[in-house]
Design a protein around this ligand. Structure first.
Ligand SMILES: Cc1cc2nc3c(=O)[nH]c(=O)nc-3n(C[C@H](O)[C@H](O)[C@H](O)COP(=O)(O)OP(=O)(O)OC[C@H]3O[C@@H](n4cnc5c(N)ncnc54)[C@H](O)[C@@H]3O)c2cc1C
Length: 282
């Protein structure tokens, strides 16, 4: 069992890992890529560097953390749960820890179609384990792709057999007992609640939609754990703890200044409070 699993290896996650390791904690970082800095050709405003490539800065952080003994795993986290300890499920494995730091950056995949924003919370959900129960034996759609969608679908199957899968994923390996629709969604319609999905070729009446596009974000994991989320930002206290004991968040996923310097600082603060929390357990 790990002391801490950090989901995300950008400036927030890796800074926290470095601090935690120096506190002699057993820490693992799980990351799938360079995050926001992978899209950044040159960074020119970070202290100590005149210019540095975004991914190069992330790689420097990885090397520094590895030298200290941080375990770094390249994988995608697809689920987070709690059974007395935190259980972090990736595409390839499962890991257990006493605490978790969410540091996945700022994205939550949205559907950029008319009607989407209007029905979030009124028929559109981002969390199968939280809201699946409300759709027992109802007609629902899941919109998404990849391993994360498969994971969410596995949860939804426990509640209903009436599921439409909307995906652009041609290699989908899910249970094909469900209809798979590849046609482009153009609009979502309803009245008080969402009622139908309109694609380029057809329209489909549904009671609800679950969104699981691309990679699960910090706010997806926080929502699953029952942690407070505001918009797509995770609510934390000054110590970067969420309202769930042992669950922390840092960097762009908590909002504020979306810059490297603030992410690095968040990571350091979160690591210090995680260390304090771990000491209180022993
Ligand atoms: C185009 C662009 C240019 C920018 N330029 C600058 C700049 O010049 N200066 C500056 O200070 N800031 C800049 N920023 C902002 C800066 O990149 C971010 O503020 C900073 O990277 C946030 O750090 P973070 O650790 O919170 O998230 P990120 O750096 O986004 O790291 C997120 C990490 O989470 C991982 N992850 C996400 N989901 C999962 C999952 N499900 N499973 C496993 N791993 C996951 C990613 O792989 C990544 O390792 C720029 C951002 C962009 C997009």
């Amino acid at each position: 069992m790990k002391d801490t699993i950090i989901i995300g290896g950008g400036p927030a996650g890796m800074s926290a890992a470095i601090y935690l390791r120096r506190f002699r904690k057993d820490v693992t970082v799980i990351m799938k890529d360079c995050g926001a800095l992978g899209k950044t050709e040159v960074v020119e405003n970070y202290y100590g560097f005149n210019t540095i490539g975004g991914c190069e800065l992330v790689k420097n952080g990885i090397e520094q953390a590895k030298k200290l003994g941080v375990e770094i795993i390249e994988d995608e986290v697809i689920n987070l749960s709690f059974d007395g300890n935190y259980v972090v499920k990736t595409s390839n494995n499962e890991y257990i820890s006493k605490t978790v730091l969410l540091a996945t950056g700022s994205n939550r995949s949205k559907l950029r179609v008319k009607g989407f924003e209007e029905y979030v919370g009124s028929g559109i959900s981002f969390c199968a384990i939280c809201d699946g129960f409300f759709y027992k034996n109802k007609k629902i759609a899941i919109i998404g792709n990849g391993k994360y969608m498969e994971e969410e679908l596995n949860v939804l199957k426990q509640y209903t057999n009436d599921i439409l899968i909307f995906t652009n994923d041609t290699k989908i390996e899910v249970d094909v007992d469900f209809p798979v629709i590849n046609s482009l969604i153009v609009e979502l319609q309803g009245n008080e609640k969402l009622e139908k999905i309109i694609t380029k070729d057809n329209e489909y009446f549904v009671d609800g939609i679950f969104v699981a596009m691309g990679t699960a974000s910090a706010s997806d994991f926080a929502t699953k754990m029952g942690a407070e989320v505001s918009g797509n930002k995770i609510v934390v206290n000054a110590e970067h703890q969420t309202n769930i004991p042992g669950l922390y968040a840092a960097g762009d996923c908590i909002g504020g200044l979306l810059q490297i310097s603030k992410a690095v600082s968040d990571g350091a603060v979160a690591a210090t409070s995680i260390n304090k929390y771990l000491r209180s357990l022993s």
